[in-house]
Design a protein around this ligand. Structure first.
Ligand SMILES: NC(=O)N[C@@H](CC(=O)O)C(=O)O
Ligand SMILES: [Zn+2]
Ligand SMILES: [Zn+2]
Length: 421
């Protein structure tokens, strides 16, 4: 199968170049061929390495009613993603080779893009007790995480780091000190005070980051922090990087675009960690610009509609993000001049591959054809009814955005195509 992507704006690594690209038997070619099976006219489109989301919840096995490997990866393909890393808060949790096998079998059967599962850090994926069977899972998992739960003691985190380092794997940490939560569910800031809600303090996040940075120095382990949301976390990671600590981190679109003053009495604005203050948001943007923050992930966390319909107080934590991440960031950060398009692509497609050691990321001769064709002119309103994800709850609902996926290719195969462009 030979596909010609005719005359698109191709991402070169630091800019764009107008040229033809061929996709041949799963690989990219920049040579010229007279014959091809399919042609996509890309004159007004951008061709980028497929986006990679290192933090998604695909909910299978165990929570099929919220999302499945099939629907989650179809949503990802529609969002321009060619690979995702799947979090392990599942049932059974992937803490042994056999539990992981169940998830791998479904991935093999149903995934339309590449899915790299995380193994858990602890046996029960609850940040406590004994470590998981890391050794038995090491060849099949991208890294280890207890996402959904923070590792509650320094001793346990140290043990996990030592083990992960010996296996040459990264610890991916959801940082949350449960002793500081006190029933909170939104940021402990102006909105919570004004509306009588229980707050989650920033220290519940940065306290563990601070602890873990010291443990990284001690163990030499590689450590990646999930969904960072506070200005203190940014400052701590900036300092740690300056000292040579092997630390990387991600934030998400919702922390970069909203602050707690934007909250509404609606489960669409409830996730963990919570949307923080305007100052935190500005610090995160600074962190993107100066390289403190390496990656933008979505923390796509679908729930059933009913679970998200109980307001800020009673709704489940988590929002969907795969089908809105690129357009909302392009609209809110690139079109406003806060971030270059090249930098956004780096944060969403290049850096995730570099950190987690995945193939692809450059549109060069012979590279695997994991790529996305984007229309950066098309404007529309975010309508969750159109999502391929089973989850519909997003604070971006109704937002006017620019940027649409035209087509997504994985191993040269077209896994998503927008028929209306
Ligand atoms: N982010 C969330 O609010 N929820 C996630 C868990 C997590 O990412 O910590 C979920 O699994 O629903
Ligand atoms: Zn988390
Ligand atoms: Zn998560």
């Amino acid at each position: 199968m030979k596909t010609l992507l005719k005359n698109g704006n191709i991402f070169t690594g630091n800019g764009f170049e107008k040229r033809d690209v061929f996709v041949i038997d799963g690989r990219l070619s920049l040579s010229h061929f007279d014959r091809y099976d399919e042609r996509i006219d890309c004159d007004s489109f951008f061709i980028i390495p497929g986006l990679v989301d290192v933090h998604v919840h695909l909910r299978e096995p165990g929570f099929f009613y919220k999302e499945s490997i099939k629907t989650g990866t179809m949503a990802a393909a529609r969002g321009g993603y060619t690979a995702v890393c799947a979090m392990p808060n599942l049932n059974p949790v992937p803490s042994t080779a056999s539990a992981l096998r169940q998830q791998l079998d479904i991935i093999e059967r149903d995934a339309v893009i590449k899915v790299y599962p995380y193994g858990t850090i602890t046996k029960e994926q609850n940040g406590r007790g004994a470590l998981s069977d890391m050794e038995a899972m090491k060849d099949q998992v991208i890294a280890f995480s207890d996402d959904g739960k923070g590792v509650q003691t320094g001793e346990l985190m140290e043990e996990a780091m030592i083990k992960a380092k010996a296996l040459n794997k990264i610890i991916v940490a959801h940082c949350e000190d449960e002793t500081l939560l006190d029933g909170g569910y939104i940021h402990d800031g102006s909105y919570a005070k004004k509306h009588g809600h229980k707050g989650i303090c920033s220290e519940s996040e940065w306290g563990q980051v601070k602890r873990d940075i010291e443990l990284c120095k001690k163990t030499g382990a590689r450590y990646h922090v999930c969904h960072i949301s506070t200005k203190e976390t940014v400052a701590l990671i900036r300092q740690a990087k300056a000292e040579g600590v092997k630390i990387t981190c991600e934030t998400t679109p919702h922390y970069l675009i909203f602050c707690d003053e934007d909250l509404q009495e609606d489960g669409r604005f409830k996730m963990n960690p919570p949307i923080r203050s305007a100052e935190d948001r500005e610090a995160l943007i600074e962190g993107l610009l100066d390289g403190t923050i390496d990656v933008i992930a979505t923390d796509h966390a679908p729930h059933r509609q009913e679970e998200k319909s109980r307001g800020l107080t009673g709704s489940a934590f988590g929002i969907v993000g795969l089908e809105t991440a690129f357009p909302v960031l392009y609209t809110a950060l690139v079109k406003t001049g806060k971030l270059s398009l090249e930098k956004l692509i780096h944060l969403m497609a290049v850096a995730p591959r570099q950190i987690f050691g995945m193939e692809g990321g450059f549109l060069q001769e012979g590279q695997v054809a994991d790529l996305t064709v984007l229309d950066l002119e098309d404007s529309y309103r975010v309508n969750p009814e159109e999502f391929l994800s089973k989850g519909r709850s997003t604070p971006f609902e109704g937002m006017e955005v620019t940027g649409k996926t035209v087509a997504t290719f994985v191993n040269g195969e077209k896994v998503y195509e927008n028929k209306h462009i």
